[in-house]
Design a protein around this ligand. Structure first.
Ligand code: NAP
Length: 284
């Protein structure tokens, strides 16, 4: 039976250290402040935003929340971001994904000053990660790496397979693992023989967004399985629930270690959002 990786406890312990450092820089007159921008209704995003606000409160980080409906235009968002870039009390800006289809995420995120780009999604920060240069690294990728380093004494040389190649999750995670000397395979919707490739993974990370997509046929015995995906589904009783990419109940008997859906990567992402906000406030 796999070790269940308790991301919630790990995130809470990690955030205690952040809270200590936040208190310390506040005593020197700097109050770290994060601006969250979200567009439209999205149950996954709402859940993540509420968790992020909770973690901000625990760590002493101030949050200002901008929520828009789908009618918001690019120029309205760009004007808001322009103002936040100039506001010296704001240290970090997050543009929540997904945006509504009519908006270009890449164009709008690049309006964020890279020194306030808390999730490392501007072209400059993505390029820095690609080159292994110092910059802001996406929070989910940092959270996943943190969990892997607790499970494994050394991840160098391990075969890490990442399913999903988005700019927000899959690609930066693959790059971070490569920078940490893993042998990395990045899979996507055109990949062939997905299952057999996954079965060679020492570390399997799924960031697809398809409920219970990964089952026991994907898993090498003893592998570490990290589930990044979260999708809202309606169960047989008509109730909404958030489900991961991994069929947890049938993978747990084969994997060596596994993350649960809501208490695995999600709280680690929230904790690293606070970590990155603190980092940006310190350098500011
Ligand atoms: P995304 O932009 O929709 O990317 C999904 C990726 O999955 C794409 O690269 C796509 O391939 C790939 N894919 C789709 N169907 C596939 C298939 N049948 N086989 C192999 N690959 C397939 O999503 P995202 O923003 O990366 O997010 C992924 C999931 O993670 C979502 O459920 C999201 O809610 C969740 N998420 C969780 C956290 C957290 O803190 N836990 C943070 C961020 C995101 P192509 O590129 O070929 O289309």
């Amino acid at each position: 039976m796999a070790q269940i990786i308790d991301g919630l406890s790990i995130a809470e312990e990690f955030s205690e250290g952040i809270a200590y450092r936040v208190a310390e820089i506040k005593s020197r007159g700097v109050a770290p402040k994060l601006a969250l921008i979200s567009v439209g209704q999205n149950e996954n995003a709402e859940f993540q935003i509420s968790l992020r606000k909770k973690m901000a409160k625990q760590t002493g980080i101030d949050v200002v929340d901008y929520q828009f409906d789908d009618s918001v235009t690019s120029s309205e968002l760009e004007k808001l971001i322009g103002g936040l870039n100039k506001d010296t009390k704001i240290h970090a800006i997050l543009l929540q994904t997904p945006l509504s289809r009519k908006l270009s995420f890449r164009d709008i995120v690049n309006e964020i000053n890279p020194e306030k780009d808390v999730d490392g999604l501007t072209t400059l920060n993505q390029g820095r990660l690609f080159l292994g240069e110092p910059g802001v690294i996406p929070c989910t990728s940092l959270g996943v790496l943190h969990l892997l380093r607790l499970v494994h004494d050394n991840i160098s040389g391990l075969h890490a397979v990442v399913i999903g190649r988005s700019s927000a999750v899959g690609k930066p995670l693959a790059q971070l693992l490569l920078n940490a000397n893993c042998t990395v395979t990045l899979l996507h919707s055109y990949s062939k023989d997905l299952e057999s490739i996954c079965k060679t993974a020492d570390i399997l990370i799924s960031a697809v967004g398809k409920p219970r997509f990964v089952d026991e046929s994907f898993i090498k015995k003893g592998a570490t399985v990290i589930d990044v995906g979260i999708t809202k589904v309606i169960d047989a009783n008509g109730c909404a629930e958030l489900v991961g990419d991994v069929n947890f109940d049938n993978v747990i008997s084969i994997a060596g270690a596994i993350t649960p859906v809501l208490k695995g990567v999600v709280p680690m992402t929230a904790a690293y959002l606070m970590h990155n906000t603190l980092k940006l406030a310190c350098c500011y």
